[in-house]
Design a protein around this ligand. Sequence first.
Ligand code: GRF
Length: 192
Amino acid sequence: MAKVKAAVFASGSGSNFQAIMEQKDQLNCEIVLLVCDKREATVLDKAKHFDIPTYVFEAKNYPTKAAYEAELVEELKRNNVTWIFLAGYMRLVGETLLASFEGKAINIHPSLLPAFPGIDAIGQALEAGVRETGVTIHYIDEGIDTGPIIAQESLAIKEDDTRESLHQRVQKIEHDLYPRVIKEVIERHHNE
Ligand code: GRF
């Protein structure tokens, strides 16, 4: 079976993008594009390192979300992308992008959703004093971290955890879980 083509969307450091690229030989999809909305994002250096083409845009240069997403959809189609994986893309996906990719757009979030959606999920968990948190991978819908859940993995919060120590353990789970789930989801989709 020819590998389907996918794009990763990221705006930050790109450690999940890196994990996906490091495990690319085990994946049943080919990452052909990195989409980024921040010119200075560290993830762009990582894309260069892995020789992955980038599509960088700045939302402020467009009148509306629909306008930048329409251009983005065109770029994705030009690259024959059929799946998109969000990994620290800090924008809400709008209806234009969803119209083309609903059911084939996945996000990773550092909490056990529906707990602690939105920004700084790790800080939110510490603040709330809960004993465990984790990682969720879910389909994207129009809400903030609200789409149907595909996979979750939990971890215990220690008494002396700091934001940094907890972040490190959460990311370790993310880097293992995301490539595995990507593979499973694509496989399942093709067998349906
Ligand atoms: C991850 O924690 C992910 O769950 C969230 O954004 C973070 C991105 O981290 N959506 P990185 O840029 O992949 O290191």
